[in-house]
Design a protein. Structure first.
Lengths: 115, 113
């Protein structure tokens, strides 16, 4: 148990579907992140949220839409995905700034398959 | 822009033997450096981190890493591996303690009986 919980653990969706990934952190952190881990590329940062505000979008296609309603919850809304979007999506959180910084704590990921 | 290179994609080691995983980074300032481990189907678990101070860092599960600024390296070592150490290992550099991590491509470790 890392304090960062992701649901669902596995998801299969068609290219015309709309689905959402959920992440919840119980660590009191102020920053949350989405990372993508695909078979052929290194782990890559997608989005960064600090205090619910998006501070980084790493050139992610608009078919991925993040939402951060509060500092404990982070969503990734998916629509009209492509098969190459199949990957493990990892959520992480950290305490960033304010004089108390921590490393990133990761969830177990959602394995997404687009068919 | 920061970058991380892990030159070895796969390493096979016998149980009880020593292990060293290489990591080289490129970063314009003093880096925050990390090693994470990932077991199949799991997320990332932090093994150890370097922020400042002593360049030899001790981590969990008997791992250690040494920061060498002159070589831009942060290699991970373990004196005697156990079968449970079979996993994929990722080196990462960050702008701060946990923010905006850039990962290397990973090294998959196989442990022979």
């Amino acid at each position: 148990e890392t304090g960062v919980t992701q649901t669902p653990r596995h998801l299969v969706m068609g290219m015309t579907n709309k689905k959402s990934l959920k992440c919840e952190q119980h660590l009191g952190h102020n920053a949350m992140y989405w990372y993508k881990q695909s078979a052929k590329k290194p782990l890559e940062l997608m989005f960064v949220y600090n205090f619910k505000e998006q501070t980084e979008n790493n050139s992610v296609p608009s078919r991925f839409s993040p939402e951060c309603p509060n500092s404990s919850h982070l969503f990734l809304h998916l629509h009209t995905l492509q098969p190459e979007d199949s990957a493990l999506y990892l959520c992480a959180s950290s305490q960033d700034g304010g004089g108390t910084n921590t490393e990133a704590f990761f969830g177990q990921g959602t394995r997404l398959t687009v068919v | 822009a920061q970058s991380v290179t892990q030159p070895d994609i796969h390493i096979t080691v016998s149980e009880g033997a020593s292990l060293e995983l290489r990591c080289n980074y490129s970063y314009g300032a003093t880096p925050y450096l990390f090693w994470y481990v990932q077991s199949p189907g799991q997320g990332l678990q932090l093994l150890l981190k370097y922020f400042s101070g002593d360049t030899l860092v001790q981590g969990i599960k008997g791992f250690e890493a040494e920061f060498k600024r002159s070589q831009s390296s942060f290699n991970l070592r373990k004196p005697s591996v156990h079968w449970s150490d079979a996993a994929e290992y990722f080196c990462a550099v960050g702008e701060t303690a946990g923010n905006k991590l850039t990962f290397g491509g990973g090294t998959r470790v196989l442990v022979k009986p």
